[in-house]
Ligand binder design. Structure first.
Ligand code: TYD
Ligand code: MG
Length: 462
């Protein structure tokens, strides 16, 4: 095949250049450029993918016929929850996560469930042999008469087989392992990922076939073949959680057909991923029963569901010239801001102390309502006092130490009351109209008030 075009592409952000660059002008990555050569065969143009949305002229809103979207339930309640009720027919869904977290497992289980509804399913395996898939299917006890396994890495072959077979649902395992013959670069490079995703998008939209694509994440936690992939697909779902523990969290980051930030919680058992319908039991059962300074229970609102999670903090004199701030499950810059407020507004000086903050359960908490819980965990550890174990903490902290209101307060309080908590520290500005008998509500205006409202001396030195 005749070489037609050669360009250098940053593998971090997709920036293109005519020649090699040591540092990417777009994302500042060093040594990230590789040469990618395109061959004579016509690559798929993004515009071709968009043909299905192109019309001759503008339409009047009132004249547009509404096609009701067809959703197919996966029969896996926690998976349906994050998808917004099931897969929308003709959508392209990306499932991303660390290797070994359970991506192939959840999709093979989904294939099994869809086959029970007599759907024709094609599982394209670009990483594992047919035997390996068979073995996993045996382990998951999948008995499916309409499930085809197709070990293949060439995108053009995959396209022809999909067209031939015309299945209802297709799994591509994984996008980094398939390649198009239009590009010389290896599978997993930006050009290949872009080309293959375009090809799949075109099939999904023109043939109305649902396609689920597996994507690996890099060490930094991004989907390898970065943001290009996220922009192109309809739905992006991330696997979170500690793969050394048994529970797994699926979170929707983008969903053109449903809520984002919704989470689904699973446990990895010997026979596959099982839904956990009451996650609070799971997150709270490891909790350190209120005798240890430096723990606080928060109620974070993930999608449409409030979750009770324990925050742990450890504060100690640093042996290093610069104190360390280490977080697991919360954003480090958020912690730095909370520490600055604690120092300035509460007088808690931590400039010579290391601070470690950990969210139990392997969940990522990005919501600002966790601020107050984090601040109290740090403050109680530093002062060697405890937050009462029957208390939940909800509130966002402003720079002047004021507590900002949070959304869905009543839903959060209901969840806390249902889990047996007796007291809730909430922002003053959150006016609760519903009647909560079993839980005492304390509304606080400032961080310092929250500290005095909920701490009790622990009666021992740490
Ligand atoms: P897998 O779905 O292969 O991960 P990924 O596709 O994300 O790389 O799952 C890998 C892990 O899950 C592996 O360590 C084995 C474990 N596992 C179970 O514990 N139970 C099971 O039923 C299955 C299928 C896998
Ligand atoms: Mg896999």
């Amino acid at each position: 095949m005749a070489k037609v075009k050669s360009k250098w592409i940053c593998q971090q952000c997709g920036y293109e250049s005519a020649g090699y660059l040591g540092k990417c002008p777009e994302c500042s990555a060093w040594g990230s450029f590789t040469e990618e050569v395109q061959y004579n065969t016509k690559p798929i143009q993004t515009s071709a993918v968009n043909e299905f949305i192109n019309t001759e002229k503008p339409l009047l809103l009132k004249d547009i016929k509404f096609d009701e979207e067809i959703r197919v339930s996966t029969n896996i309640p926690e998976f349906d929850r994050i998808l917004g009720g099931g897969f929308v027919q003709g959508s392209l869904v990306l499932i991303a996560g660390d290797p070994g977290i359970g991506k192939s497992t959840i999709l093979l289980q989904t294939c099994g469930e869809l086959c029970k509804k007599n759907k024709k399913v094609l599982y394209v395996s670009a990483e594992e042999s047919a035997n390996q898939i068979k073995l996993r299917a045996e382990r998951l006890n999948i008995k499916a008469d309409t499930l085809y396994i197709y070990p293949q890495t060439l995108a053009e072959n995959i396209k022809s087989r999909i067209e031939e077979l015309n299945p209802d649902f297709v799994v591509i395992d994984s996008i980094q392992a398939i390649y198009s013959q239009n590009f010389q670069s290896s599978a997993g490079s930006i050009s290949q990922i872009r080309e293959c995703t375009n090809l799949l998008m075109q099939i999904a939209k023109t043939k109305n076939i649902t396609i689920a694509v597996i994507g690996h994440v890099t060490k930094e936690g991004n989907i390898a073949g970065p943001k290009v992939l996220e922009h192109m697909v309809d739905t992006v779902i991330y696997f979170e959680g500690d793969k050394y523990k048994s529970y797994r969290i699926l979170r929707s980051m983008k969903n053109r057909f449903g809520n984002t930030s919704e989470v689904g919680i699973f446990e990895m058992q010997t026979t596959g991923l099982k839904c956990i319908s009451n996650p609070n039991e799971l997150f709270l059962n490891e909790r350190s029963q209120g005798t240890i300074p430096g723990t606080a229970i928060i109620v974070t609102n993930e999608g449409t569901r409030p979750l009770l999670v324990e925050i742990q903090a450890l504060v100690g004199t640093t042996p290093y010239p610069a104190p360390r701030r280490v977080t697991n499950g919360v954003d480090t810059s958020r912690l730095l801001q909370i520490l600055a407020v604690l120092e300035k507004r509460v007088g808690l000086n931590l400039s010579k102390q290391d601070v470690y903050v950990n969210v139990m359960g392997g969940i990522e908490v990005s919501e600002p309502s966790a601020d107050l819980g984090i601040a109290l965990a740090v403050a109680t550890c530093a002062r060697d006092v405890v937050v009462d174990s029957q208390t939940v903490i909800i509130g966002e902290i402003g720079l002047s130490g004021e507590i900002h209101p949070v959304n869905n307060i009543e839903k959060r309080l209901n969840e806390a009351a249902a889990s047996g908590f007796k007291k809730a520290i909430i922002p003053y500005a959150n006016n609760v109209t519903a009647n909560f008998d079993s839980i005492e509500i304390v509304r606080v205006k400032r961080l310092i008030d929250a500290i005095s409202a909920c701490v009790a001396p622990c009666g021992r030195k740490a």
